[in-house]
Design a binder for this molecule. Structure first.
Ligand code: BT5
Length: 319
């Protein structure tokens, strides 16, 4: 472990003195001091007290702040502003990095699926997680589902009644206006990108955009934010840590992903219209099959849809 990481870990269990830590890590006192200064420069305001160095009571939303107390095997790279965290994670993938969470306060060129624009002003949670799971490329969709589950759970813990619309949207669905909203207001989306060989993913970037502390007015029509829903700011540092921890747990236990997704789904049991590359499929969404296909009961029988845009229909609507 490098000195910075070791220092962060040590601060978790209370104040620690420089000389003590230097002895423990077998590095010079100057190296410890440099690590402290480095954390402060990142925005993690380490305090100097009579008992030694102490973590700030309210760590800032920055790389060290997010890593502090994080129980997931990722390092964090933080940007105040960047074009797209997914683009940055792809660059890191090409540079042979892995297990990095790229986080930005603001994106100027955020992307949705099919090169659609993703609006990402300052105040959101914009994340791209680079990993190299040892599975076949065909199983990549399960990570999109896992990210949606992790996001929905983090939103629920923040007090927002979130549910998942297949395959990648996290929605708020708890108002009488739901039907008028065509199934809910969009709180978050997931964009998964990868490169793979025949039998193995070489890198996977799971991009998650959550409208955290934003005004609905700054977002496209039909979108909402955690702040707008709960009427108060969410602590983005804690929120993101929960999301990453939940995602790491699911990624390590793939059999848990589909059952968890089904439990949080707003789509199952609904009438849907799914626009796919080969036309639209209308019917009742009845299940999700591995690795993430939506099973739709249509007038002509069951259809499995692997990719597309899904719209929830009112029950009487036939499309
Ligand atoms: C998505 O695409 O929902 C995936 C969004 C992924 C964004 C993250 S942010 C971190 C990472 N870095 C990136 O560059 N991207 C990822 P899709 O299902 O195609 O939905 C896109 C559509 O959602 C747009 O066409 C708009 O209609 C709408 N939209 C755009 N910005 C939005 C926002 N902030 N909130 C809700 N809806 C939005």
């Amino acid at each position: 472990m490098d000195t910075r990481r070791a220092l962060l870990a040590a601060l978790e269990s209370g104040p620690v003195s420089g000389p003590e830590l230097a002895a423990e890590l077998d590095v010079s006192r100057a190296a410890v001091w440099k690590a402290v200064e480095g954390l402060r420069e990142e925005g993690f305001a380490v305090e100097s007290t009579g008992e030694g160095y102490r973590a700030p009571a309210e760590p800032a939303y920055c790389a060290a702040g997010i890593e502090y107390g994080l129980d997931a095997p990722y390092t964090v790279e933080y940007h105040d502003r960047i074009a797209s965290t997914n683009d940055r994670a792809r660059t890191l993938a090409v540079a042979d990095r892995t297990d990095v969470a790229v986080v930005a306060d603001e994106q100027t060129g955020g992307r949705g699926r099919l090169d659609r624009e993703w609006v990402a002003p300052s105040g959101g949670v914009w994340l791209s997680l680079l990993t190299r799971p040892m599975v076949a490329p065909a199983r990549a969709p399960q990570f999109t589902l896992a990210a949606a589950v992790a996001t929905a759970d983090a939103c629920r813990e923040a007090g927002v009644n979130a549910a998942i619309k297949w395959p990648n949207d996290v929605l708020v669905t708890d108002t009488a206006a739901d039907d008028a909203d065509r199934g809910g207001r969009k709180l978050a989306g997931v964009l998964t990108e990868m490169e793979g060989e025949a039998d193995r993913i070489s890198w996977l970037v799971v991009g998650v955009g959550v409208n955290a502390n934003l005004d609905a007015a700054a977002l496209p029509a039909g979108a909402t934010s955690i702040r707008a829903e709960r009427g108060a700011e969410v602590d983005r540092r804690r929120f993101l840590a929960r999301l990453l921890e939940r995602y790491a747990d699911l990624a390590a236990d793939p059999d848990a992903i589909l059952p968890a997704w089904r439990e949080r789904a707003a789509t199952l049991g609904r009438r849907v219209r799914v626009e796919t590359a080969t036309g639209s499929v209308v019917g009742t969404a009845v299940d999700v099959d591995p690795p993430g296909a939506l099973v739709v009961e249509t007038a002509d029988g069951r259809v499995r849809v692997h990719a597309g845009d899904c719209e929830h229909l009112r029950d009487a609507e036939s499309g």
